[in-house]
Design a protein around this ligand. Structure first.
Ligand code: BEZ
Length: 259
């Protein structure tokens, strides 16, 4: 995955809900024993390991070496490969044997240009291969990103960049999938307001998932920025009596590689 500096331990410990929500997606994929399955943007390997335990032959792919190091340490039984989804043929992964299916959870929104990525996935799948994915959809984390931008403005750091993800509508993603050689069987968008772990604030969320922005904030300005972001996030309704939450919107699809 590109566009963020990942802390793999924090990803699992503080934001473990990302992986846990993806578990339902595995049911949709229904991995079968012996099937060769690509886990695209596998992160720390939770789902690659689950599919391996079901008897699938899984290759977990990620562009981030820190994520892969944790995946390899936690799940030595799984094959993990460093590759960028924009590389032609996904680094030749499908050359010897095409994949029966591709699974991807909370990763595609980091991968641009998306049309190139989808074509690459198609190129490594067998005809009729399944592509089952969940990603951020249109409107995803709009309030969190607006709170970050607002907070940056409040402390005079509005010139700093905030990474832009690919958060499509159902129609936009379906069109990209069809152009890449897939037939879309199902695509759905839904809101998933997500409580953050106890003690994790909206500013903490931005520290992890917008780490590139935070990296260039002078250390002595960081507390001030965190306070400004949290103030903005409260105005946007991200804190209730139950604690902080993230305004996630998901896009989930099942697409079939056209022959
Ligand atoms: C997500 O939707 O999973 C997500 C998107 C961008 C940053 C962090 C998380």
């Amino acid at each position: 995955m590109a566009g963020n500096a990942w802390d793999a331990r924090e990803y699992d410990e503080q934001f473990g809900f990302v992986g846990r929500y993806g578990d339902a997606l595995l049911d949709l994929l229904d991995p079968r024993p012996g099937e060769r399955i690509l886990d695209l943007g596998c992160g720390t390997g939770r789902h690659a390991a689950a599919m391996t335990a079901l008897g699938a032959r899984v290759v977990g792919v990620d562009a981030d070496e820190r994520m892969l190091a944790k995946a390899r340490a936690d799940h030595p039984e799984v094959e993990f490969v460093a590759a960028n989804a924009t590389d032609p043929g996904l680094g030749s992964l499908g050359v010897n044997e095409p994949f029966a299916a591709c699974f991807s959870n909370a990763a595609l929104h980091w991968m641009t240009p998306q049309d190139t990525v989808l074509r690459n996935v198609r190129s490594v799948l067998a005809d009729s291969g399944r592509f089952v994915a969940e990603m951020g959809g249109a409107g995803n984390i709009a309030a969190l990103d607006a709170s970050l931008r607002g907070g940056l403005g409040d402390v005079g750091l509005e010139a700093l960049d905030v990474v832009a993800n690919h958060f499509p509508t159902v129609g936009e993603q379906a069109a990209l999938l069809e152009a890449a050689g897939f037939r879309v069987e199902m695509a759905t968008w839904f809101r998933r307001p997500t409580p953050l772990a106890a003690g994790t604030t909206a500013a903490d969320w931005t520290r992890h998932f917008r780490a590139g922005t935070w990296a260039v904030v002078p250390v002595e300005r960081r507390d001030e920025l965190a306070e400004a972001i949290n103030r903005r996030a409260v105005e946007r309704g991200l804190r209730t009596a139950d604690g902080w939450s993230a305004d996630y919107c998901r896009l989930r699809f099942v697409a079939i590689a056209a022959g």
